[in-house]
Ligand binder design. Structure first.
Ligand SMILES: CCCCCCCCCC(=O)SCCNC(=O)CCNC(=O)[C@H](O)C(C)(C)COP(=O)(O)OP(=O)(O)OC[C@H]1O[C@@H](n2cnc3c(N)ncnc32)[C@H](O)[C@@H]1OP(=O)(O)O
Length: 230
């Protein structure tokens, strides 16, 4: 194959991958809309039964070609941190708010709005959802500082309830690196009142030794590259 043929082939793979990622995000948007409407609906009972049947019909073809636990999604790129089905940030996840995260210097900043599906106390977020958002924020901050690791501890202080249907601002920052152990602090506030902390958390993340990474993720390593083009 000539260089230009090879270049065209790589380009076609990239285009196919981009189209697949767009389709996954589109499906994710549709699923999140479905979940939010299904949570908020007061439609007649018969409409609920009809909707359940139509949703089962729509789900069936998606289940025909499904991956197993050790197969990364073909559209993901682990090395580049592209995880489309991450349950907190993934554009393809029905479950994710999704939380959008970016880095501002040393500070990790996140934004999301939680719908009614995340309700714990009436009109406020479930405490486990706040912990989930903060685990992701703190883990991202650890990785962004060059010290990626797994959560070994997450302490969460709930000071005020987190309102639903309200734009939120989350922050996280590494406060200590001690060998493999990284300590990160973070918080949730509303975007309108970023100074009033609703939930504060401190997490400890531990970097994996090579043998631990092999034991935990060895079955997955390298599979994303082979299966991506499909
Ligand atoms: C850009 C991408 C962003 C991604 C963000 C992702 C965010 C989400 C992250 C997660 O949710 S990860 C999933 C939840 N976490 C887990 O499932 C981890 C389960 N734990 C383990 O598998 C093991 O603990 C682990 C392999 C991580 C470490 O095992 P080790 O046997 O090496 O731990 P070890 O007990 O030797 O502890 C290592 C260090 O951490 C310290 N440590 C352990 N547990 C601790 C704890 N609870 N509190 C404080 N320090 C702790 C421990 O003292 C020690 O410090 P020293 O090196 O100074 O001696």
């Amino acid at each position: 194959m000539t260089d230009s043929e090879n270049g065209r082939r790589l380009h076609a793979v990239d285009d196919a991958l981009l189209r697949r990622r767009e389709a996954i995000s589109d499906l994710g948007d549709a699923l999140r809309l479905l979940i939010e409407h299904a949570t908020a609906t007061e439609a007649p009972t018969e409409e609920l039964r009809r909707a359940a049947e139509r949703i089962r019909q729509a789900a069936a073809p998606l289940g025909e070609r499904a991956r197993g636990r050790h197969e990364p999604p073909s559209a993901d790129d682990m090395r580049a941190g592209v995880r489309l089905y991450n349950p907190v940030t993934g554009a393809g996840s029905a479950f994710a708010p999704p939380l959008e995260i970016h880095q501002e210097g040393e500070i990790t900043v996140g934004a999301c709005t939680l719908g009614l599906a995340f309700e714990g106390p009436p009109s406020y977020a479930h405490g486990g959802v706040s912990a989930m958002l903060l685990d992701q924020m703190l883990g991202y901050a650890a990785g962004a500082s060059g010290n990626p690791g797994m959560t070994v501890r997450l302490d969460t202080g709930y000071r005020r309830p987190v309102p639903l249907l309200t734009p939120l601002r989350l922050t996280a920052e590494v406060v200590d690196v001690d060998g493999r152990r990284v300590t990160v602090a973070g918080s949730i506030a509303t975007a309108a009142e970023p100074g009033e902390i609703l939930v504060a958390a401190t997490g400890v993340f531990v970097g994996l030794r090579a043998e631990q990474a092999r034991r935990l993720f060895g079955a997955i390593a390298g599979r994303g590259e082979e299966s991506r083009a499909g």
